[in-house]
Write a protein that binds this ligand. Structure first.
Ligand SMILES: Cc1ncc(COP(=O)(O)O)c(C=O)c1O
Length: 384
């Protein structure tokens, strides 16, 4: 059987990884500034993480959600503490899209309404309701387009208000910082006005922190830079450092009913062990402070590169914008300098999502390599 060919692929085969590096079959080290779409939070094969998963595997890896699983309660408690969201309740699932599906479903159950407001360039996943609120017609099939969604520009609170006044909106869904779309974000004024408006009109405010959460922005959740309290928060990616796990944090205005949400695999013992070890490392290694420190230094140095026209994002969720498309630059970085970086819908943007414990020296190495690639590209242009 062949694979269903849906992914454009780089011709590299990582066979092992450690910290901020992945290694191919010839033992060539690649500096990972992308973490496989912002997933690697505490570094590849972190000792604490490996030990936790191995230890759990030899005890019990899985049983369904019809038994008691104290690991889920421990995870909810630890996540509540580290995020400062102790008054939310946690529903565990397996991926980002699944977290958003459940969040949107909760909003619709709660309000009895069905239209959702999302934002231009938003990415919320590829399944039913999640893809319907994703601003990319190419990945929405006719089936998904049945869903009632209205896309609006970020930071235009008047437009949001006009739509909500129509009375059929159940939720507003917004990323803490846009990932796939290209690192745009709402202003503090916009987030605060959105919170006030949603509360007043009893519309559910869903913060998608799947990429921007888990310390990546320098705070546990990116919305915490704006001092708001969303009704529902979704999380995945960095939560399991590669182990598939997602979560929906649900505020206390929602009433839980048996059977309302559910999943076979979500919250299994292994996933909880992985997620608990991630929180342990973020705490022990003080990763949120580390992110702030290395990010500030990185941004300062990156600003000195003349070809970099703009730096977007926060913490270690950054975008470097050029005045040319970056596909060729990414190829050179990967094949010549052995550095993984990411792309965005904005083709001129290089996306940087390294493990949160990356060192300043590793980031300097990237910037030096980037300068070399840019200089040699400039020389080639001069010779033409
Ligand atoms: C902000 C955001 N939401 C949701 C998703 C979907 O997550 P998953 O691919 O785990 O379904 C992504 C994935 O890139 C994302 O960046």
């Amino acid at each position: 059987m062949n694979l269903f060919d849906v992914y454009p692929i780089y011709n590299i085969t990582p066979v092992k990884a450690g910290g901020c590096y992945v290694y191919d079959e010839k033992n060539t080290a690649y500096l990972d500034l992308y973490g496989g779409h912002g997933v690697i939070s505490i570094g590849h094969t972190h000792e604490t993480y490996v030990k936790a998963i191995n230890g759990q595997l030899s005890k019990i890896a899985f049983y369904s959600n019809s038994i008691l699983n104290p690991l889920q309660e421990a995870l909810a408690e630890k996540l509540g503490k580290i995020s400062g969201c102790e008054n939310y309740r946690l529903f565990l699932c397996n991926s980002g899209a699944e977290a958003n599906e459940n969040a949107l479903k909760m909003a619709s159950f709660h309000t009895g309404r069905k239209r959702v407001i999302a934002f231009d360039n938003a990415f919320h996943g590829r399944t039913s309701a999640a893809v319907a609120v994703t601003d990319n017609p190419a990945i929405n099939a006719a089936l998904n387009r049945q869903q009632a969604t209205t896309f609006l520009p970020l930071n235009e609170i008047g437009l949001v208000e006009n739509e909500i006044k129509k009375g059929d909106v159940c939720a507003v869904i917004i990323e803490g910082i846009q990932g796939v779309g290209g690192l745009d974000e709402g202003t503090t004024e916009f987030f605060r006005a959105l919170e006030t408006l949603c509360k007043k009109e009893q519309v559910v405010l869903i913060l998608d922190e799947i990429q921007s959460g888990y310390g990546r922005s320098g705070k546990f959740f990116a919305f915490q830079h704006h001092g708001i309290s969303p009704d529902i928060i979704t999380t995945a990616k960095g939560m399991g450092n590669g182990f598939p796990v997602g979560g929906v944090l649900i505020s206390d205005q929602f009433t839980a009913k048996h059977g309302m949400l559910g999943t076979t695999f979500g919250g299994n013992h292994l996933a909880c062990a992985a997620a608990l070890s991630v929180i342990e490392v973020i705490e022990k290694e003080n990763l949120m402070d580390h992110v702030k420190m290395v990010s500030a230094r990185f941004i300062e140095k990156a600003r000195e590169i003349p070809q970099v026209k703009r730096i977007k994002g926060r913490g270690l969720m950054l975008g470097m914008e050029f005045d040319f498309e970056v596909a060729a630059l990414r190829k050179e970085l990967i094949y010549e300098k052995h550095i993984f970086t990411g792309a965005a819908s904005n083709k001129k943007l290089l996306r940087i999502l390294p493990p949160l414990n990356i060192s300043s020296a590793q980031l300097d190495y990237f910037l030096d390599s980037l300068k070399q690639v840019l200089e040699s590209a400039d020389k080639k242009v001069q010779h033409v």
